[in-house]
Design a protein around this ligand. Structure first.
Ligand SMILES: [Zn+2]
Length: 306
């Protein structure tokens, strides 16, 4: 989410709107937030690429979607903004696969820049939506009850077909994908891990939801939701302890995609190997979190002294 959006969303009074098949959520965002400009990088396409093995990037220039393929159908993690179904579908096609064969849909965080076209893909392919329990409510009301960005629908609501638990292994064909609850960014934020064997080696791959704190979010003083500070702390702690060789994330900027990937070079399973980079990225987010905790505590004490 962009900084300006966060500020604007904080000022918007709740308005209830019914979902309809024809509603444009991009228009709705413009109407509700006249000063919000969708970042250009969110609207730009990008050709698909192979992360490793059967894991592919099929999203846009910054907003990431991941396809995990099997002979029995595929798993798709995330869309981007409304309308991204076209690019995602074209990217899947360019890899030689068909979006119609997507059987399971997942999201890493229930914010519109990652969920907007999940409902359309579900309608068009019959894929089942799996989600973590704490993100179900927000997915099903199109972001209305989001404790930070809510108050109106920001994306097309999607019915969740199956709740997945922390540590649960999602199986499809020969895919075994482990769900990891990494809450904080949203109440039900989650990452997905799998082992990929290539080059006679086993690579631990993490499709990681990073614990970024959107501007305006409160951790301890009138927290955005009860337990949000503990959730972030849990996420940083558990992520640092995970075995990770390769990591990618919901925004390509978060994992340095454009530093790591060069389209002119042939595929290599080692392109995204970056275990230290992952730990460093988590530590950096944790450091910002600690600064904010301290700031909120200091402000509260100053207010109490007056
Ligand atoms: Zn987000």
């Amino acid at each position: 989410m962009a900084y300006r959006l966060a500020i604007m969303l904080a000022l918007v009074a709740p308005t209830v709107a019914a979902a309809s098949a024809t509603v444009s959520y991009n228009d709705k965002l413009k109407e509700a937030l006249p000063d919000f400009e969708m970042p250009a990088a969110w609207q730009r396409s990008h050709p698909p690429f192979r992360v490793i093995g059967n894991v592919y990037g099929v999203g846009g220039f910054d907003l990431a979607s991941y396809l995990i393929t099997s002979a029995d159908g595929h798993i798709l993690i995330n869309t981007s903004i409304e309308g991204s179904i076209e690019d995602i579908s074209a990217n899947i096609g360019a890899l030689g696969y068909d979006i119609a064969d997507v059987k399971i849909l997942l999201s890493m965080q229930s914010h519109f820049d990652h969920t907007a076209d999940l409902a359309r893909i579900k309608e068009e392919t019959g894929a089942k939506m799996y989600a973590t329990a704490p993100d179900v409510r927000v997915l099903e009301d199109g972001g209305f009850s989001d404790p930070h960005f809510g108050g109106f629908e920001t994306f097309r609501p999607i019915k969740v077909d199956k709740i997945v638990g922390d540590g649960e292994v999602i199986e499809l064909g020969d895919i075994k994908l482990t769900v990891h609850y990494h809450p904080g960014h949203t109440e039900g934020s989650s990452s997905y891990a799998m082992a990929v064997q290539e080059n006679g080696k086993i690579y631990h791959v993490l499709i990681a939801n990073m614990g970024t704190i959107n501007p305006g979010k409160k951790l301890v003083v009138e927290p955005t939701y009860p337990g949000v500070a503990e959730d972030f702390a849990y996420t940083y702690r558990t992520q640092k302890a995970m075995p990770v060789d390769i990591w990618v994330a919901a925004h390509k900027s978060q994992y340095g995609f454009y530093y790591k990937y060069d389209r002119s070079k042939p595929y290599s399973p080692d392109t995204f190997v970056d275990p230290q980079g992952f730990v460093d990225a988590v530590k950096q987010l944790e450091a910002s979190y600690r600064v904010q905790l301290q700031q909120e505590t200091t402000e509260r004490e100053a207010a109490n002294d007056n």
